[in-house]
Design a binder for this molecule. Sequence first.
Ligand code: FES
Length: 158
Amino acid sequence: MEEIIFNEEELKEVEHHKSKYPDQKSAIMPVLWMAQKKWGWLSKEVMEYVGQLLNLPYSHVYGVATFYTMYFKKPMGKYHVQVCTNVSCMLRKGDEIFKHVSEKLNLKTNEATEDFKFSLEEVECMGACGGAPMILINEEFHENVDINKVDELLNNLK
Ligand code: FES
């Protein structure tokens, strides 16, 4: 089993986040984000480790992690695809795009494929309404997409 521990460089980054706030517990969000990027999702062990680093009880870390949907509480895909179906995107067929991706990958929202290559999430406004309809693949925004463009993007992911 993989050891849950940040390397030296990552620990420096944790210290940097802690130093930005008068109370080190405020660093919880960036440190959880670092942990998710490193281990892919926030298991109990990962949340306990983050708690140790910030001197916080597990219950506090768990509370923050479960409040925000951007933190994954179960393994997700290597490519996490978020499709916005909120008003601006929906008016430009965001809901059809979501349905298409859902059928293409055979996933409902917050599910991952068996090989964990893809996961899918239907999301609320991502603040990119000017480029509606939009999708996000990991941290990359793709705006003004249509079904063909989305197919092209997904088919090109290795
Ligand atoms: S409604 Fe989709 S980004 Fe705002």
